[in-house]
Write a protein that binds this ligand. Structure first.
Ligand SMILES: Cc1cc2nc3c(=O)[nH]c(=O)nc-3n(C[C@H](O)[C@H](O)[C@H](O)COP(=O)(O)OP(=O)(O)OC[C@H]3O[C@@H](n4cnc5c(N)ncnc54)[C@H](O)[C@@H]3O)c2cc1C
Length: 349
């Protein structure tokens, strides 16, 4: 977004390569679950921008695959049916489908299901490839400086750990879930509460057939604000393992054919430094039940942490910390979706 506005850009990253939430996520450009109003508007604008950017950076792996949120019971189907009748269902391109309709859209879903909500607005990118693809697209006017940690802020400038100052018209601090360090004092003084959330994920070997859409299970209805409809209160309790780990099944096929499967939500710090097998067993069983077959072997497991604003109607944290220095973080579980639109609105019109 800075390059589009004609700025030349210096990009500092404290690690040798990005290792934060932006490479650990599902790559879901998720419009379906967003809260009606400004959150949906931001996601829709971001979806538009992702598609536009991907035309110049095909390595991002953007594909307008859509998603299916699958109901396993009549109670879950009622929630989907209500969501499909909401005034903004058209913007999300929702369509309620029975089991044959679900299978016509995604033939790999051969398991038991009561129906599903097709969201044509949802899309997928490849999180492990997107950042290098974006950097490759920025051929001129862009300098990438890995291994540089911003440690001090001054008006229109930042100092890295080597003592070198980087100055410009605008400094944008995007420090992710790092709530201490250079952003720490500003976040501590801010009116916004930020919390960190830890998620567990896994990836399988190549699945034997294409998954034409992303897939979510009925547990996702409990977490996404778009499904805050009257019949949601009638959902039976989650299974004990899912409830203990605040798990929902999200399932995305990677460009190489593997399946990314998640996730869990943990809010209590200190976070575990290891990954817990119980929610993985649960998520694999759910995925296997929807696909109606055994999953390929697991190849990778990891956890990721994002930061999110709480107790505010703001969708993320943005504050001026010094003249010409703005801090942007805390987009929560919608950061991969909304990042291009957040970047766009970070620049003064
Ligand atoms: C497991 C998981 C799954 C998710 N799935 C999705 C999804 O499918 N769709 C969706 O929309 N969102 C998803 N999210 C949320 C999304 O990934 C995040 O909201 C988003 O990536 C946050 O981006 P960020 O740039 O703020 O943070 P990050 O991606 O963490 O980037 C921060 C970067 O800043 C660097 N850094 C920190 N401090 C400094 C410093 N002082 N100097 C220099 N560099 C510094 C860090 O090393 C890091 O590379 C998911 C998150 C997780 C963890």
């Amino acid at each position: 977004m800075a390059r589009r506005r004609g700025y030349s850009v210096v990009h500092l990253e404290r690690e040798a390569g990005a290792r934060g939430a932006s490479v650990r996520n599902f790559g879901l450009i998720w419009v379906s679950g967003r809260r009606a109003g400004p959150e949906l508007a931001l996601a829709l604008r971001a979806r538009e921008l992702w598609e536009e950017i991907a035309a110049s950076a095909p390595g991002t792996g953007f594909r307008p695959a859509g998603s299916l949120t699958v109901a396993a019971s009549d109670a879950e189907l009622s929630v989907l049916a209500e969501a499909a009748e909401l005034p903004d269902a058209k913007q999300r391109d929702f369509e309620l489908l029975g089991p044959p309709g679900v299978r016509a859209v995604n033939p790999a879903l051969r398991g038991e299901l009561a129906g599903g909500l097709y969201c044509r607005a949802d899309a997928i990118v490849e999180p492990r490839r997107a950042l290098p693809a974006l950097r490759a697209m920025l051929k001129t006017g862009y300098e990438w400086l890995p291994g540089r940690e911003a440690v001090e802020v001054a008006p229109h400038g930042i100092r890295d750990q080597r003592g070198e100052w980087h100055r410009g018209d605008l400094v944008v601090l995007c420090t992710g879930a790092n709530l201490t360090g250079v952003a720490g004092p500003h976040l501590a003084a801010s009116a916004h509460n930020l919390r960190r959330v830890r998620l567990q994920m896994l990836q399988t070997a190549q699945f034997h057939e294409p998954l034409t859409t992303a897939v979510a299970d009925g547990d996702s209805l409990r977490y996404y604000p778009a499904y805050d409809v009257p019949s949601r209160t009638l959902l039976p309790p989650q299974s004990p393992v899912a409830a203990a780990h605040r798990a929902q099944l999200l399932l995305v096929q990677r460009a190489d054919g593997g399946l990314t499967i998640g996730d869990t939500h943990s809010y209590d710090e200190p976070f575990s430094f290891d990954v817990d097998e119980d929610p993985y067993d649960h998520l694999r069983a759910r995925a296997s039940a929807l696909l109606g077959c055994e999953l390929p072997p697991v190849r990778r497991r990891w956890a990721g942490v994002y930061s999110e604003v709480t107790g505010t109607s703001e969708l993320y944290h943005r504050s001026a910390v010094a003249p010409g220095v703005v801090l942007v973080t805390g987009p929560g579980g919608r950061g991969m979706t909304c990042s291009p639109a957040i970047a766009e609105e970070t620049f003064p019109r």
